[in-house]
Design a protein around this ligand. Sequence first.
Ligand code: CMC
Length: 436
Amino acid sequence: MKLSDNKATLSFSNGHAPIELPVYSGNIGPDVIDIRKLYGQSGMFTYDPGFLSTASCQSAITFIDGDKGELLYRGYPIEQLATQCDYMETCHLLLYGNLPGASAKAAFAKNVKYHTMVNEQMQFFLRGFRRDAHPMAIMTGLVGALSAFYHDSTDINNAEHREIAAIRLIAKMPTLVAMAYKYSVGQPFMYPKNELSYAGNFLHMMFATPCEPYVVNPVIERAIDRIFTLHADHEQNASTSTVRLCGSSGTNPFAAIAAGVACLWGPAHGGANEACLQMLEEIQASGGISKVGEFMNQVKDKNSNVKLMGFGHRVYKNYDPRATLMQETCNEVLEALGLQDDPLFKLAKALEKIALEDDYFVSRKLYPNVDFYSGIVQRAIGIPVKLFTGIFALARTAGWIAQLNEMISDPEYKIGRPRQLFTGSPRRDVLPLESR
Ligand code: CMC
């Protein structure tokens, strides 16, 4: 970051002398005011719940221009990556900063493939869960448990350990997600097949059985690869910030990523695709397109607490570029599977059309996000709704680990320790039990 000529001056009405604060510029995006010395100089903290105006770190990985609806991984637009590269290239880009050439890509993909199996003991750990456990509960446990199995890659301060942990996590996430699925339906776990692509192998572990050969459908394989690419990173969102905060204590990478998985589970974040599909199914069950108007009135009613899931974003105040790409994939998959008349897809398009013309959504700059269409694609592929967020976690692991490793390599990195505005009781004395 570069020190800007611009400076910010903070003045106070209580007679405290004004404080001059340095301003830094990134390569693109808003400048930041450096408040690190503010407490020492003024005895005051800044107050920013939800981080509406706070940059928590410097990062060179992902950039979002929310007003333009632009998403760049290491400078490359998501539209180009999603149409000209695959997920393995995207992972390489996020981790190492450059798009690999053919031989580097092959070496990276081979390295990932050689780590796709998980320790055989993991299945006994998995078998401890109830069969109807939510896959995200299972994933939180399994990912954290990796640190109990791979002791040679748990030292976050060792660059070699971080590298092996990154490859292991990217390689093993599809295996774990597929195992969680197979366990829920009572089918045998399928071992990875290294001759397949990353996405193809995931489909194989999900849908193959030992009884008959499974042939990967190339349209579905491309759709899965695109879902992975679109979800691979998204700068300092809640789960990524959780991974960074958790990792800032020096904990091992598997534990830090497990924290990210737990955070992603929430319906305002990664759980939105599951919530969005449930919403579409409920509207469909209550009467379909004819009930859209009634549903929209509930969404706009401030007392109802109903949200149009898959709409709105903290950063995008324009169309989420991933939503456009996901809608394209949705068309391709439904056509390939002969589901062009899928009622939920029609319903989603009707909701989108109404929302984009309605003043409630227009004035609040609420547009479809990636999750508005990703659920329809996954459902068409045969992925159960409960597994959607697990697939998001699988894809986001590349971003989480890239962000974690970037933080650990940053000389300015410190343990994260937010401050607070205390609103509880001042000091008081404990009364004897009989007087309380
Ligand atoms: N439906 C109806 N109203 C909404 C919605 C929505 N989906 N999203 C925001 N609003 C309203 C909100 O009620 C508020 O209205 P008002 O100003 O009258 O109080 C205004 O828009 C601003 O919303 P906000 O809650 O202050 O915005 P935020 O930046 O805190 O929240 C969000 C962003 C994503 C949590 C929110 O838009 C939301 O809950 N959307 C639905 C869930 C969803 O689709 N999440 C997936 C995000 S993309 C995947 C990911 O990156 O994790």
